[in-house]
Design a protein around this ligand. Structure first.
Ligand code: MGD
Ligand code: MGD
Ligand code: SF4
Length: 752
């Protein structure tokens, strides 16, 4: 890039601000909207507040909410949500079924017929094969009330723990990382920490494209305080890396060695914080056996900068420099996302980031915190917190814990023993069991697995085999090819519900306009479906989403996720509140686990920080050795293929693909390839390049760029005409079961 880092910093912040300023008038007729209705952006886990402009019963404009954390700003995706996406030509407005099996066409039918078609089939499967033969596959984009309700219907109503969803593909390693390091899920920090941090350790996150408004906040922090340092650890030189003081490209999949190497330097150079460790931490190894701090120090002492260089390719002096910057800064924040989570050792990588904070005491102060960035707008609030995954129950409870099951059975007023004691199938196992015929019917909500599961050649047959009931808004969703019944869902501001974003902030999207055509809020669909399948009406006595919120809020009162103070009325008035928030007068919490800030830490607790989610009250430093990725490059498949996002497209592009301004920027998939590699392979810009893995091969147009280091190629996964996931394996992290979408081995050659 020809511009200086400083110019880029200014430019990127300005671009975000510009989109916020330009957009309010978009789509509005002369005179402007009649009213503005408060909500949350439909897209990423940044969770920006929006105001939807309404005129004549239609959404005509959108602008940033000045009272939410984004202070009125939106990136281009949020700013272009209205009207193109809502009123897209291919919106689904009527229920549809396939009367003649998978090969027949979808036909429009009435709601009664569609519901009857689905519920009869689910009932028959349960009667013949038992509740373990049915499943719910949900989404971090579904509303909290929807996920809570589906979880309750399946686990307590149908007695099936087969409740999972796309957060398994995304946040599962972060969840397991928080659980094992601190005892409970969800971060202790918030976005406010960005404004106080003096060192940003950004690892495996392309913040500028995936969380643009947070990137803008980081860029502003850097501009306002030039001493602030930014380290970006990523094998690609992304836009995020362009504002870094130090970009550290390295061999993909070797983060564990790098992070242990930083710990080595911290001890070697006496940059550790013994009093913090002594007071607030314990040490564990392997599956959880206790170890001593001396054992841990001996363990990391093997990760000398020279050894780390051999494994990672990072110069030894850079390992030392990073460790010093991390430890010596007045306040260091770590930010990470899929480069860490979507890995066969994703949980360990999370643990090792937490380790760095625990050994230096860079935690529990403004600006000093680990903060994992959440991808989807409601993976945290909707799925993680409500426990809508195969191994979880609400508010941090576990399916396999009898006490937890009993607590939920008592609260839900079902007999003890109702919830099955064995966890259900996590995503990859769920689709494996569908292919094997053990799971015979699935309810898919707000996700598009036929494009986004790993190893698609293995899993699309599962969708062909099982009975698929699907909620959807747009006709171009790939999964519709396999749907037996389609429920048209009211989209975003056509209904109401809560999203919970990265920073434990719950915020309400209010209904601004009526559902389009015959589409319906999914709460209503789930309630009708449950009654049709024979779930006891007493279990689901709700009239609307607000009733469900009231139950969930009351339930939270019992434990460490307490947000009883976040009433529907408050959510209508305020632009998001961060839990813990135990009563209606509480303003919400910034520094979780910190006495004086977190209301769940007793005021008279002897320690300033109390990790109350952990049985010892302390955090855990883990001994985790380096391990290579599942499928590293080798002599036969000499390149590493990685996949991810581009700023203008959201996942499978069913929404962003409808917005001309966004679609023009990235109309189709491509492969990024380093100039050195391109030269060796005689590839020019735009040439068709074949990527061939052990599973499949596919051609992409080449983009020759130094973004990728030599030996690495990158493809985005938004393009349904190039299902890049056909190339991928389905290896998962042993603990979190999250797939390793970031690394597989591939051949690269020019199409003949
Ligand atoms: P990705 O592009 O998946 O985005 O947000 P990010 O995780 O920031 O990958 C992040 C980075 O990981 C890439 O730059 C890649 O080079 C790097 N990486 C690859 N291998 C390694 C490795 O071995 N180690 C390290 N340290 N890094 C590696 C994802 C987030 O984005 C998510 S989860 C969702 S659900 C949302 N999706 C989304 C979207 O689809 N489009 C846009 N525009 N924004 C989005 N925001 C959210
Ligand atoms: P989306 O496009 O977000 O992708 O994968 P998906 O969740 O499968 O799917 C959302 C679906 O819901 C779309 O079909 C959309 O049209 C529909 N929809 C939109 N709004 C509504 C609504 O209001 N109601 C209903 N009912 N439906 C609606 C995302 C997944 O992809 C994630 S989260 C991750 S982190 C993984 N990342 C990843 C990667 O990094 N690389 C590769 N290669 N694959 C990946 N797959 C995963
Ligand atoms: Fe929406 Fe994310 Fe952009 Fe904010 S940063 S406007 S939440 S897409």
């Amino acid at each position: 890039m020809a511009v200086s880092r400083r110019e880029f910093l200014r430019g990127s912040a300005a671009a975000v601000a510009l989109s916020a300023l330009g957009v309010p008038a978009l789509g509005a007729d002369a005179g402007g909207p009649e009213k503005w209705v408060k909500g949350v952006c439909r897209y990423c886990g940044t969770g920006c507040g929006v105001l939807v402009g309404v005129k004549g019963g239609k959404a005509v404009a959108v602008k940033g909410d000045p009272n939410n954390h984004n202070e009125g700003k939106l990136c281009q995706k949020g700013a272009l949500l209205v009207p193109a996406v809502i009123y897209a030509k291919d919106r689904i407005t009527d229920p549809m079924i396939r009367k003649g099996g998978k090969k027949s066409q979808l036909e429009k039918v009435s709601w009664d017929e569609a519901l009857d078609f689905a519920t009869k089939r689910f009932k028959a499967v349960i009667a013949e094969s038992g509740p373990q033969a049915v499943a719910y596959y949900g989404s971090g984009q579904a509303l909290t009330e929807e996920s809570y309700l589906a979880n309750k219907i399946w686990k307590a109503g149908l007695r099936s723990n087969n409740v999972d969803g796309n957060p398994r593909l995304c946040m599962a390693s972060a969840v397991a990382g928080y659980l094992t390091s601190f005892g409970k899920d969800e971060p202790m920090g918030t976005y406010n920490d960005i404004d106080s941090a003096s060192c940003f350790f950004i690892i495996g996150s392309n913040t500028s494209e995936a969380h643009p408004i947070l990137f803008d906040r980081i860029a502003r922090r850097k501009e306002s305080a030039p001493d602030v340092k930014i380290i970006v650890v990523d094998p690609r030189r992304t836009n995020t890396a362009r504002i870094a003081d130090m970009h550290v490209p390295f061999k993909p999949g070797t983060d564990l060695a790098l992070l242990n190497g930083m710990a080595h330097v911290i001890f070697r150079d006496e940059l550790d914080n013994p009093s913090f460790m002594g007071r607030y931490t314990i040490v564990k190894k392997g599956a959880g056996e206790e170890a001593t701090l001396e054992e841990y120090k001996r363990f990391v002492s093997e990760y000398t900068p020279e050894k780390v260089r051999e494994i990672t390719g990072v110069p030894a002096e850079d390992v030392v420099k990073m460790a010093r910057m991390f430890a010596e800064s007045p306040a260091t924040i770590s930010l990470w996302c899929m480069g860490i989570n979507q890995r066969s050792k994703g949980v360990w990588a999370n643990n090792l980031i937490h380790n760095l904070h625990l050994i230096t005491g860079q935690i529990g102060r403004p600006g000093a915190t680990p903060l994992s960035l959440t991808g989807q707008p409601n993976a945290c609030g909707g799925v993680r917190d409500t426990g809508s995954l195969a191994h979880l129950l609400p508010a941090g409870r576990m399916v396999e814990n009898e006490k937890h099951r009993n607590e939920m059975e008592d609260f839900w007023k079902v007999p003890r023993g109702t919830i099955q004691p064995k966890m259900g199938f996590h995503t990859v196992a769920l689709f494996e069991n569908m292919a094997a015929g053990k799971v015979q019917a699935v309810f898919i909500h707000c996700t598009n697995p036929a494009q986004t599961l790993p190893h698609l050649n293995k899993y699309t047959p599962a969708l062909e085999k099982a009975f698929v009931a699907q909620t959807e808004c747009f006709m171009d969703a790939e999964t519709l090819k396999y749907a037996d019944v389609v429920f048209p869902a009211a989209f975003w501001c056509e209904t109401e519900g809560v999203y919970g974003c990265t920073e434990r902030r719950y915020a309400l999207t209010e209904q601004a306009i009526p559902p389009l055509g015959n589409s319906r809020p999914v709460i209503q669909v789930l309630l009708d479906f449950a009654r049709g399948v024979g779930v006891d009406p007493a279990l689901i006595p709700y009239k609307n989403a607000a009733d469900i919120w009231e139950e969930w809020r009351t339930l939270s009162k019992q434990g460490p996720y307490n947000f009883y103070g976040i009433t529907r009325e408050r959510l209508k008035k305020e632009s998001g509140i961060k839990w813990p928030c135990p009563d209606e007068t509480h303003p919400g919490t910034n520094l979780r686990y910190v006495r004086g800030d977190d209301p769940l830490v007793p005021k008279d607790h002897p320690n300033r920080i109390f990790f109350y989610g952990s049985p010892t009250g302390k955090a855990t430093i883990w001994l985790r050795p380096h391990q290579p990725p599942f499928e590293p490059a080798d002599a036969d498949y000499p390149f590493v293929l990685t996949t991810g996002r581009v700023i203008d497209q959201w996942h499978t592009a069913t929404m962003t693909g409808k917005v001309p301004e966004l679609h023009r920027a990235y109309p189709a998939a491509f492969v990024e390839i380093n100039p050195e590699d391109a030269k060796k392979l005689n590839i020019k810009n735009g040439d068709q390049v074949i990527l061939e893995t052990r599973r499949d091969k596919m051609a992409f147009p080449a983009r020759i760029t130094d973004t990728c280091m030599p030996g690495l190629v990158f493809c985005p996964f938004f393009d349904k005409n190039k299902l890049v996931n056909r190339l991928f394996h389905d290896a998962v992290d042993a603990a979190s079961k999250e797939p390793e979408y970031k690394i597989c081995a591939t051949k690269v050659y020019k199409q003949a």
